[in-house]
Design a binder for this molecule. Sequence first.
Ligand code: CTP
Length: 403
Amino acid sequence: MSVLRGKKILLGVTGGIAAYKTTYLVRLLVKAGASVKVVMTPAARDFVTPLSLSTLSKNPVVSHFTDEEDENDTWNNHVELGLWSDLMIIAPATANTLSKMVSGNIDNLLLAVYCSAKCPVYFAPAMDLDMYKHPSTQHNFDRLEAYGNHMIPSGEGELASGLSGKGRMAEPEEIIDFIQLHIESRLPLKGRKCMVTAGPTHERIDPVRFIGNHSSGKMGVAVALELAAKGSEVILIMGPSAVNVEHELIKRVDVTSAQDMYDAVHQNLTDIHVAIFSAAVADYRPATPAEQKIKKQSETLTLDLVKNPDILASVGAMKNKPFLVGFALETENELDHAFAKAEKKQTDLLILNSMRDKGAGFGKDTNKISIIDKNKNVKAFDTKLKAEVAKDIVDEIIKQMGL
Ligand code: CTP
């Protein structure tokens, strides 16, 4: 899955012949799962039409601060556009635009957006060989990198002028590869390995029946996906669940009972940096599951139950343990129970859900959590989609671990 998936990308197109390649660049960005908006310099409109770029990006293209030429009478707010974006790509970046980016000479909307953007900015220079080699251009490259922008190196080859050498804009595929690799190399959990338990457990009564619970596994899967999006390898140990997960960094281990989950956790603990226990593990299991289907005979039936191992507490008691995150689902005296649970299971963070909160609970797409750290600090969050809750949890882990 591309790291560009779900990213809001602002593409700045300036007036060079390579601008015609940006139609393909937009296609590739959209295909990678990004939302794309395009801002052009007025000169760029001579090389590629706003209509092509707006059709491909599925968003209006802007090139003036306010005008009728863009067919919308409104003020094109450069600050809003700058704040909207997760990253900005300026491609092709002409020598002229690069020099204005250095000096802050804001004479068009694209430059105003560039100066307003708080996100990472990538630029792909495109110009003729002699312009590329000129000391002023080379100086501008250095200055722009010193400002914190990222240069996507130009390629060598035949140039529009007929000269041959450096100055060709990197091909759209190369631009995408460069940005993806750059983002991946800076992900906070790159090179880390995390474990997540998720879903319910099923405790066998007889060959056709079990004791289970309503956990869907959605919260744990959302956490696993967020960890992977931050660059971590993830071992997802999952009880019976209908939720699908596909990510190249996530390895799923399917289990059925609490004992299976306990075994899978302990077999996979080597080199795990962070372990997150979101599974709703059955506390008890039938003492002796029946070999054959239990027949309906007497008016009442009593099952003898024995306690399951507490997986989280077993890891919490280990000497060299990973950074440990537990969940607690409570129905009353939530904070007191949660403090006691955190201490008993020796968690670094405890994620508290209350069944009394409307947006929380099994099977829902939303959750409402509080995060409790080792010093009993409590951070309460609003009701959010589980993917957003997962982000809050993973961000807090990264913060607490100082990554
Ligand atoms: N947990 C576990 N193994 C168990 C029971 C719970 O790993 N046998 C983990 C859960 O995944 C969760 C945390 O412990 O991270 C708390 O689970 P919860 O069911 O809220 O607590 P219990 O310890 O079962 O206590 P109680 O049911 O009495 O509230």
